[in-house]
Design a protein around this ligand. Structure first.
Ligand code: PLP
Length: 441
């Protein structure tokens, strides 16, 4: 099939991820370049990025400091073996991450994506209990509507039916907490909903019917991003922390979206004052520029692996590209930008404005909920009776035609702009979305 935008490109070979391939290839959207808050398409249209790419380009696009760092690294050390070998910048990066994340999260394992961070975290949790002689702790607990990437581990603990339907039996012994969202009790909440902390008590029920000594870990996103910006009720994560701690179950926060400023702090754990045992990160770590993830682990968990002969490998796990030099350079540069430009503070200062702007869309046609947390938010639309998802998809298309990139899940329109956005640009972004919603049938 020929791309109508560019006659020389044949679109047929590329099997696109999480995309309606046939629909896309009939109506392609191809990006050519990006700068700051904007993409430019191959047909030279300027598109405001309302999604930080895919929740990742927190410092805005093609930031000169990050670009320069990647260029220099490519010129200096293209690759260094990840096993039995290292390079100085990756050790410096581990140290830097440990010092910016909550106290005690002192061991850092590098991966190349959020999915790999999740699968790594799950294996660390299982390995930890095994090392302590509690190898019977094999059950993992996820949550309905959770998204933890596309690996078999992440798909198993994830709670989105479409992602699991054709993936076979997945990991055995996985249980799911109920989702935290309830439109009747939470619609139009500003920030964290007041209702819903009690939903964490479902973990007590799971423990009763399976016994705590069989459960290795609970994994949740502090707020569920891909599931539709589902904000944790006040007290919910605190309750999960209490219950897991009381039963020797590890708590894993999947902070792939929430780490590195989305909530105005280095992590959701820091913002909320709830510290997990293991934290999964990726995306904003390099501001989306070079694939990289990092799993942060409490020191005593890592310590449990440090047994056996002093020359032995302690954890049989890793990736060829763990700690890649280009990714390390990109991460250092992204962290420099976050620090030097005061980006997390900027998010904290913008949050009230963002919240007010988003909630001003509450009266638009078909809107059944607006929710926000940090610099993320969602507008949920009443589905068309005979065509669920159609309404949000038409908002996506129309917004793109008017120069705004949003993202949809079911009939939810999500927004998560680069953290460098200004107040005026927020107004402009929400203005476009408001106009589109006004005309949505
Ligand atoms: C919370 C969470 N975990 C894991 C992932 C998977 O990350 P990746 O696509 O980098 O594998 C995502 C991606 O959106 C995510 O939002």
């Amino acid at each position: 099939m020929k791309n109508p935008l560019h006659n020389e490109i044949d679109l047929s070979a590329y099997w696109m991820p999480f995309t309606g391939n046939r629909a896309f290839k009939n109506e392609p959207r191809l990006m050519q370049s990006a700068k700051g808050l904007y993409y430019t398409t191959v047909d030279d249209r300027r598109i405001m990025d309302g999604m930080s790419g895919l929740w990742c380009c927190n410092a805005g696009h093609c930031h000169p400091h990050i670009v320069a760092a990647i260029r220099q690294a490519a010129d200096e050390l293209d690759y260094s073996p990840a096993f039995q070998m290292g390079h100085p910048e990756i050790f410096r990066l581990a140290e830097r991450l440990a010092s910016m994340m909550p106290d005690g999260m002192d061991a850092v394992f590098f991966t190349n994506s959020g999915s790999e961070s999740v699968d790594t975290a799950l294996k660390i949790a299982l390995g930890y209990h095994h090392a302590l002689g509690e190898g019977q702790r094999t059950r993992l607990v996820g949550r309905q509507r959770g998204y933890h990437g596309s690996g078999f581990g992440g798909t198993s603990v994830g709670g989105i039916g479409n992602n699991r339907i054709a993936a076979g039996p997945l990991l055995p012994g996985v249980l799911h907490l109920p989702e935290t969202y309830d439109v009747q009790h939470q619609a139009f909440s500003r920030g964290q909903p007041a209702w819903g902390a009690h939903l964490a008590d479902e973990l007590e029920r799971i423990i009763k019917s399976n016994h705590a000594s069989t459960i290795a870990a609970v994994i949740v996103e502090p707020f569920a991003g891909s599931g539709g910006v589902l904000v944790p009720p006040v007290g919910y994560l605190e309750r999960l922390r209490e219950i897991t701690k009381a039963h020797g179950i590890l708590l894993i926060f999947d902070e792939v979206i929430t780490a590195f400023g989305r909530l105005g702090w280095s992590s959701a754990a820091e913002r909320l004052g709830v510290v997990p045992d293991i934290m999964c990160t990726a995306k904003g770590l390099t501001s989306g520029t070079v694939p990289m993830g990092a799993v942060l682990v409490r020191e005593e968990i890592r310590e449990a692996f440090m047994r056996g002969p002093p020359t032995a490998i302690e954890f049989f796990h890793g990736y060829t590209y763990s700690g890649h030099p280009l990714a390390a350079a990109a991460a250092h540069a992204a962290l420099d930008v976050y620090e030097n430009e005061g980006i997390f503070r900027h998010v904290r200062e913008l949050e009230a404005k963002w919240e007010a702007g988003l909630h001003s869309l509450a009266d638009k046609p078909h809107v059944i909920d607006v929710r926000n947390f940090g610099l993320a938010g969602a507008v949920e639309l009443r589905p068309q009776d005979d065509a669920p998802t159609y309404r949000a998809m038409s908002v996506f298309r129309e917004a793109f035609d008017r120069g705004l990139l949003v993202r949809t899940t079911a009939d939810i329109v999500a927004l998560a702009p680069p953290l460098v956005i200004s107040e005026a640009e927020i107004e402009q972004m929400l203005g476009i979305l408001g106009d589109v919603l006004n005309e949505t049938a």
